[in-house]
Design a binder for this molecule. Sequence first.
Ligand code: 2HA
Ligand code: ZN
Length: 276
Amino acid sequence: MSFMIEHEIPFVREMMEVTRNLWEMGWGERNGGNISYLLREDIVKQHMNVLDIKRSVALPFPVPELAGKYFIVTGTGKYFKNVVMNPEENLGVLRVNRDGNGIEILWGYKDGGLPTSELAAHFMSHIERLKKDENHRVIMHTHATNVLAMTFVHDLDEKKITKTLWQMCTECLIVFPDGIGVIPWIVPGTNEIGKSTAQKMQDFRLVIWPQHGIFGAGRTMDETFGLIETVEKAAQIYMLISSHQGGVQQSLTDQELIDLAKEFGVKPAAGVLDIR
Ligand code: 2HA
Ligand code: ZN
């Protein structure tokens, strides 16, 4: 336990905290969910010897755009619940090699483990988000309960789902004015789901995987968690009102959403407010 309290590497501590929070929200059952966090080289060097490569592993998908970049990533098959008790087994720090066709593990995955099975989706999404925002850092995947439930009962058209979510809580439009992307159902852990997710990340910081969960992207752990938390809250309201006997009596109008956007200086994604 003292290890947990005394842990001194700030980015390890951030991962410990966020995995615990995701688990406590009930969105990270068993080994569900995964996180990757792009680290600054100078900060990694303050805490570990980056010349000491513990293991090198080939990547089945080349990512030359990420060559030389450092990440801390949750381990494949590992439980969010357990990260806080044993970060060195459940997390790993790695660097993408010079050719971008493999990773060099520098710390963690102590029992011989490997990074998340969704590494393709994470790395490909980082590439797309970095093109949009040089300060982008975090990709987070979790099995947010009501988002998942909503994908069974709501139209999966991304403009329609965005509009419904904006209508569920007044502040949703301000938090994610760009809206939310939705991919088709695809087998998880594949390069195909990685490519499809990353393609959506060109336009969105949030991507729904139907009947599975959600991906979020952001500059910090708090921002990324907050994005997902806001969508999940909206999805929860949707699920509550959808099953309510009295039905919906009133909702946010398009004019109210437009007024909101104007007041807060955000630009709502095109084509969403036109939906009737
Ligand atoms: O890590 O969530 O999508 C387990 C998963 C795969
Ligand atoms: Zn998943």
